[in-house]
Design a protein around this ligand. Structure first.
Ligand SMILES: Nc1ncnc2c1ncn2[C@@H]1O[C@H](COP(=O)(O)OP(=O)(O)OP(=O)(O)O)[C@@H](O)[C@H]1O
Ligand SMILES: [Mg+2]
Length: 337
C-alpha cells in the first residue's frame, strides 16, 4: 500500500468516526484531547483524541508498543501527560486528578497482587483503602471472588497461577464499585475457559451502567465486547467508531463471489452492478463467476447487490475482518512487534 492511499484510507475512517457526529457532548463521560506522552524524547502517545459515552464499553485496540498502556496510565492519573488533557466525568485530568481517583477502578497490565495475602485479604485491603466499612468490604469481596471463580481459597496469592492472579486483580479493581473501570489487557494470559468467565463478567458489568475502557490486541475480544473502539498505532488513533462503522468504511475489502448459470445472466448482472457506488471492482472469472470488491458492508449488501440480481447460481459474501482492516491501515499484522 503506498503512502497516499494509506493516508486517504485513514482519513476515511476518521471522517466517519463519531467525533464528527451530532451527539451532545454531555453524553460523553470521557473526552480525551490531544494527549501526548514523551519518554526521553520518544513520543509514545502522539496527540490522541477520543470520546467515550457513559455506560459504554470502549476498547483501545493496537499492537505491542502502540501506546495503549501509556494512554491508560495517563487517564488513571499514574503518569503525567507531557501535554494535552482529558475530561473524566466533570474533572480535568490536568487540574483535578485527585477527584478522578475516587471515580475509577483500574486493573493494570501487570498484576498488583500482594503475594503474602489471601485473595480475600487482597480485595479487602483495596476496599479499606477506598474507605469502605469492614462489613461492606467483606460482602463485596465474597461476591466478586465467587464471580471470578477463586472464592474460598485459604492459601496466599503466591500459590496462585497467573490466570488466577489476573482474575484476582480484576476483583480488586471493582471492590469500591467504581463509575468508570479501566482494564489493561484483562484477559492476557488466560486460558479460553477463564477468558470466557471474564467476558461474561464484563458483559454483566455493562448491564449495571458502568463505563468500561479496556485495551487489547485481541481482535475477537474487541469484536465481542466493544460498543466503540479506537485502533491505535504508533501512539495515534488511526480509526475510531463501532466495529460496524469501521468495517463499513473499509475501502473496498468486502468480497462477493457470484456464479451464474449462463454467460448472458452474468453479463446482465455485471451491467446492473458496474455503476453502483459501493462496487469498487468487478472481475469476470471462469465458470461464469463474478468477483466483486464491495465497500458497502453487510447492511449495504442487500440494498446494493442482492436487490439488483434477477437470478444467480451461488453467492458468497465475506466481510473484512478487523484483522484485515488493521492490515490495510497500517500495512502490518496486528501481532507483529
Ligand atoms: N516508562 C517508560 N519509559 C520509556 N519508554 C516507555 C515507558 N513506558 C512505555 N514506553 C514505550 O512507549 C511505547 C508505548 O508503550 P505502551 O506500554 O504504552 O504500549 P502498549 O500499546 O501498551 O503495548 P503492549 O501491547 O505491549 O502492552 C513503547 O515503545 C514502550 O517501549
Ligand atoms: Mg500495554
Amino acid at each position: 500500500m503506498n503512502a497516499t492511499k494509506h493516508e486517504v484510507l485513514q482519513s476515511n475512517y476518521l471522517e466517519t468516526s463519531y467525533f464528527h457526529d451530532n451527539v451532545d457532548s454531555s453524553e460523553y463521560i470521557i473526552e480525551v484531547k490531544n494527549l501526548e506522552k514523551y519518554f526521553n524524547g520518544f513520543k509514545a502517545v502522539d496527540g490522541i483524541n477520543f470520546k467515550i459515552r457513559k455506560g459504554e464499553l470502549f476498547s483501545l485496540l493496537g499492537p505491542n508498543g502502540a501506546g495503549k498502556s501509556t494512554t491508560i496510565r495517563m487517564l488513571t492519573t499514574v503518569l503525567k501527560p507531557t501535554s494535552g488533557d482529558a475530561r473524566i466525568s466533570e474533572y480535568s485530568l490536568k487540574r483535578e486528578k485527585n477527584n478522578i481517583k475516587s471515580l475509577i477502578g483500574v486493573c493494570p497490565q501487570e498484576n498488583i497482587v500482594f503475594d503474602a495475602l489471601t485473595a480475600e485479604d487482597n480485595v479487602e485491603f483495596v476496599g479499606r483503602m477506598h474507605g469502605m466499612s469492614a462489613d461492606d468490604v467483606k460482602e463485596r469481596s465474597k461476591v466478586l471472588l465467587e464471580k471470578m471463580n477463586i472464592a474460598g481459597r485459604k492459601k496466599p496469592a503466591k500459590t496462585f497461577s497467573g490466570g488466577m492472579k489476573r482474575r484476582l486483580s480484576l476483583a480488586m479493581s471493582l471492590v469500591h464499585q467504581p463509575e468508570i473501570l479501566f482494564l489493561d489487557e484483562p484477559t492476557a494470559g488466560l486460558d479460553p475457559q477463564a477468558r470466557r468467565i471474564v467476558w461474561d463478567f464484563i458483559h454483566e458489568l455493562k448491564t449495571t451502567g458502568m463505563t468500561i475502557i479496556l485495551t487489547t490486541h485481541d481482535m475477537a475480544e474487541a469484536d465481542a465486547l466493544s460498543d466503540h473502539l479506537a485502533i491505535i498505532d504508533h501512539g495515534k488513533v488511526i480509526a475510531c467508531g463501532t466495529v460496524d462503522d469501521i468495517k463499513r468504511s473499509s475501502d473496498n475489502g468486502n468480497v462477493i463471489e457470484i456464479s451464474f448459470f449462463s454467460r448472458e445472466e452474468l453479463i446482465k448482472a455485471k451491467q446492473q452492478l458496474e455503476h453502483v457506488d459501493s462496487v469498487k471492482q468487478i472481475i469476470c472469472g471462469e465458470n461464469n463467476k463474478l468477483t466483486i470488491s464491495f465497500a458497502g458492508g453487510a447492511k449495504g449488501f442487500k440494498r446494493d447487490i442482492l436487490n439488483r440480481l434477477e437470478s444467480f447460481k451461488t453467492l458468497h459474501f465475506r466481510e473484512d475482518s478487523l484483522e484485515e482492516i488493521f492490515l490495510k491501515l497500517t500495512g502490518r499484522e496486528l501481532r507483529e512487534n
